[in-house]
Design a protein around this ligand. Structure first.
Ligand SMILES: [Zn+2]
Length: 184
């Protein structure tokens, strides 16, 4: 699934001023409301809780190494019963910004981006958005598993014509249960 935005929202809290930053590490702890991304893939139902974000910006001359990490409790839907399931999500992203054009990418996989000589800020909005998106699990099911309940619901629905009396329904249900047990 891909979502396109002609004008992606910029979150002021994810924009870091670098013009007066001294060499060394700088830690920023903040809370972000995922709804501010105005992204259909990050709806408030999925991210009802604040996203705790920590950014560490390490300046070394013309280079800024950014480490972004987050933690939140998301509420994805159970794949079987569609009930919201609370899931703790975490994620991390690292990127090196450089004002030095001659920089060559590092040997590891960390991303390198060039930064204009006169850049005054680093915008990590998109990086947080993508890190959040990547952290959402593809499969979500209730814990403890709701699969049995799901099967029962499907069967009782099958045996629920209005003209069938309660006793008959119950006996059919018991028969169905026995059939399942015999199969196992
Ligand atoms: Zn479920």
């Amino acid at each position: 699934m891909t979502y396109h935005h002609s004008l992606p929202a910029r979150l002021p809290e994810m924009i870091f001023k670098i013009s007066s930053l001294k060499d060394g590490g700088h830690r920023f702890s903040l809370s972000v409301d995922a709804a501010k991304f105005e992204d259909a893939a990050l709806p408030p139902e999925l991210f009802p809780n604040p996203v705790a974000v920590e950014v560490v910006l390490t300046k070394a001359g013309a280079e800024f190494f950014a480490t972004l990490s987050f933690e939140t409790v998301a509420m994805p839907e159970c794949d079987l019963c569609l009930k919201p399931v609370a899931r703790k999500l975490t994620g991390e992203f690292r990127v090196l910004f450089s004002q030095d054009r001659s920089i060559t990418p590092g040997r590891d996989d960390s991303e390198v981006r060039s930064l204009g000589k006169n850049a005054t800020e680093i915008d990590l909005t998109e990086d947080l958005r993508e890190t959040l998106l990547l952290s959402v699990p593809m499969k979500n099911t209730c814990e403890p598993p709701c699969e049995a309940l799901h099967k029962k619901d499907a069967m009782s629905f099958e045996f629920r014509p209005d003209d069938v009396n309660e006793t008959l329904e119950a006996s059919k249900w018991q028969e169905a249960l026995r059939n399942i047990q015999n199969k196992n």
